[in-house]
Design a protein. Structure first.
Length: 229
């Protein structure tokens, strides 16, 4: 089975933390270096969109009831990646604007985000349903061959709650983002920043850990060992 949810997870984590930082600059009315941020959103967006779209249309995660991962990882990644690419294009095209008056640039940015926030909110709704699905069906339990997380495989609800909470906190941020922009309640954006920082850090740490645990899982399977840590 081919898996690359490690790269998806760390890239999603970086994208969430990065966008939260960008949003903080807007809220604090600090100058934005648009070319650098366009490059950041372009790299993270391209990776997420390419890997997410490939996962969505080819379903590389298969067998033993693991097919749900194609939906839970692939589709949100493709949607988030497309949004980051859009942000990259916008920031690159508006370089002159960000070199000018800070207040004008930030005001126009928030106005430009309003139509996009509709899709952000709908994507957040999908993430919320995925969060419920993780817990309701107790998905995500690691096989016994996987180090660290495999030690808790006999407690499927434990990892289901972790994954549901992770997807859920990102969903809350996405829904708040849409509400804040569409109703001009911009103070809510501060809560968006916190949810995406926490969710982004968790995604990054989760993905980084999976580099170790997934390599260990394949090593255990290939060599008939049961290394637990």
């Amino acid at each position: 089975m081919v898996v690359y949810n490690e790269l998806i997870a760390i890239t999603a984590g970086a994208g969430l933390v990065g966008f939260a930082k960008f949003l903080t600059l807007i809220l604090r009315k600090e100058r934005v270096e648009s070319e650098g941020w366009a490059a950041f959103f372009g790299v993270t967006g391209l990776l997420l969109f390419a890997l997410g779209l490939h996962t969505t249309v080819t379903w590389p995660y298969g067998g033993d009831g693991f097919e749900y991962a194609n939906i839970a990882f692939g589709q949100p990644a493709a949607g988030f990646g497309a949004l980051l690419l859009l942000a990259a294009v916008y920031l690159w095209r508006q370089r002159a604007l960000y070199d000018g008056a800070v207040d004008a640039a930030h005001a126009k940015t928030l106005e430009a985000f309003k139509p996009v926030s509709i899709f952000v909110g709908v994507l957040g709704l999908g993430m919320a349903v995925l969060a419920v699905s993780f817990v309701r069906y107790q998905l995500g339990a690691a096989p016994p061959e996987e180090p660290i997380t495999g030690r808790f495989g006999h407690l499927p609800l434990l990892e289901a709650i972790f994954l549901g909470g992770l997807w859920g906190i990102v969903a809350v941020g996405a829904l708040l983002f849409a509400v804040a922009l569409l109703t001009d309640r911009l103070r809510l954006l501060r809560w968006v920043v916190w949810t995406w920082v926490l969710g982004g850090i968790a995604f990054a740490l989760f993905g980084a850990m999976n580099f170790y645990t997934h390599i260990g899982m394949y090593y255990n399977i290939a060599n008939g060992t049961m290394i637990k840590w």
